[in-house]
Design a protein around this ligand. Structure first.
Ligand code: ASP
Length: 468
């Protein structure tokens, strides 16, 4: 029976089997000290001269070898107790060592926080990098945050529903990754930029409160802190107004921080609400950093930004429309009551205010959403303003128009950038540090060596020819 390292302290005087990695080995000739590590912690072990067989093996083992150790759990003499350190009050007396696997000398030091190691090198052996204490903590906290969100939203009667990954493009202002279909050569699926359309269709399906910890894929040009795939907490609710969605999210964020990050202070509760205009005038940013003390690592200044313009002039990187105007956030966002007339009459386009709300934290946008349009003729207006032909609207968004004509309730939602939120909560400099297997800024997975050319056979089956 294996004993986890975290439980050793309560096994004083017993004989145990511990399995894990050699963290550190100190050979003192007559005896060898080993720090042994498993997923739950570390413990110091000593191999004394009288256990000759174990001593011989202990002299051979090296850091990162995987071992099974039979040992006696001894209380440390009071003068040797290390206060506040896990297992600081015990030491293992090794009786036997079985080597489960050897390990080459690690390509880089994993005993440090790792910031000093080149990132390319770390990503090439990310499985190894993940063994360092900092990344272990980050990934464990990520799990706790996900679990907390699930439990909280479950209590609030949300349903977690998975939506397809192989689908058709849904616009979020980016390019979609496409996947060729072998069965219907010449046709392609798109990977979702977000579950936007499906989550709205779920409202049409009558589920009323949906969430998903959803993977989103966006094919963007290299931008330092963007990842081609990232995780959103995606939420949608029926029969709600702006204040209702904001309340649900604010409650969840406050509880999550209080419970899982007790060292953090939230600057202001309820979160301040700024209009887009105020944010731009006062802070020159639509994700303002309103912290009173920017040196305080534990200060969290959340704020909402509302009343965004619904449309903006198409810029150069516009990928969705050919017209003069495009949506600022996504085309499904509604417009405020006071802008309804302008919107329906397609005038004063630049002044139309949307029902979008974003949430910023310490100068980063960590989420955004809106109350949606839920009537077909109103959704069509958006695309008309963008200069789409009738045919294109029906072709790309026919499914939404159809659902909106068949009893879709008023609804709204939000999505959080979970990676970015975690990055801030864990005081990390970039989102790659909170992901188990991130890609480089150029979208490469250096460990799996993706993307990679497809084999000639695959291309033949897909009826795809690569132009040189
Ligand atoms: N789908 C939006 C996004 O990914 C968020 C939302 O409006 O719910 O940015």
């Amino acid at each position: 029976m294996r004993t986890l390292i975290k439980d050793l302290s309560s096994a004083k005087g017993e004989q145990v089997v511990v399995k894990g990695w050699i963290d550190v080995r100190r050979d003192q000739g007559k005896m060898v000290f080993l720090d042994i590590r498993d997923v739950t912690g570390k413990v110091q072990a000593v191999v004394l001269p009288n256990h000759t067989e174990a001593l011989e093996i202990a002299q051979k083992v090296r850091p990162e070898w995987v071992v099974s150790v039979t040992a006696q759990v001894n209380a440390r003499p009071p003068k040797n107790v290390k206060e506040g350190v896990i297992n600081g009050d015990i030491e293992l007396e090794v009786l036997g060592i079985e080597v489960l696997n050897e390990a080459e000398t690690p390509a880089f030091d994993i005993s440090t926080d790792g910031y000093e190691v080149g990132e390319e090198v770390r990503l090439t052996k990310k499985y190894l990098d993940n063994r360092r204490a900092r990344i272990q903590r980050n990934i464990k906290m990520r799990h706790k945050v996900n679990l907390f969100i699930r439990e909280h939203l479950n209590k609030e009667n949300f349903l977690e529903i998975e939506t397809p990954l192989l689908t058709n493009p849904t616009p979020e202002g980016s390019r979609s990754y496409i996947v060729p279909s072998r069965v219907s050569p010449g046709t392609f699926y798109a990977l979702p930029q977000s579950p936007q359309q499906y989550k709205q269709l779920l409202m049409s399906s009558g589920f009323e409160k949906y969430f998903q910890i959803a993977r989103c894929m966006r094919d963007e040009d290299t931008r330092g802190d963007r990842q081609p795939e990232f995780t959103q907490l995606d939420i949608e609710m029926s029969f709600v107004e702006q204040k209702d969605v904001m309340k649900v999210n604010e409650d969840l964020l406050i509880k999550l921080v209080t419970e899982l990050f007790p060292e953090k202070k939230i600057q202001q509760v309820p979160f301040p609400v700024l209009t887009y205009k105020e944010a731009m005038e006062k802070y020159g940013s639509d994700k303002p950093d309103i912290r009173e003390n920017k040196d305080d690592k534990n200060l969290l200044a959340f704020c909402w930004v509302i009343d965004f313009p619904a449309f903006e002039k198409t810029g150069e990187d516009n990928v969705d429309g050919a017209g003069e105007w495009t949506f600022t956030h996504n085309p499904f966002t509604g417009v405020k009551e006071e802008s309804k007339n302008d919107f329906l009459e397609k005038k004063n386009i630049g002044e139309i205010i949307s029902t979008q709300y974003d949430i910023a934290l310490n100068g980063s946008e960590i989420g955004g959403g809106g109350i949606r349009l839920h009537k077909a003729d109103e959704l069509k207006k958006v695309f008309e303003i963008m200069g789409y032909e009738e045919e294109r609207i029906e072709k790309n968004f026919g499914q939404m128009l159809m659902a909106f004509r068949e009893g879709t309730p008023p609804h709204g939602g939000i999505a959080w950038g979970l990676d970015r939120l975690l990055m801030i909560l864990l005081n990390e400099p970039n989102i790659r540090e909170v992901m188990a297997f991130p890609k480089t800024g150029e979208g490469k997975d250096l460990l799996m060596q993706a993307p990679a050319p497809a084999s000639a056979k695959t291309l033949r089956e897909l009826k795809i020819e690569i132009k040189k």
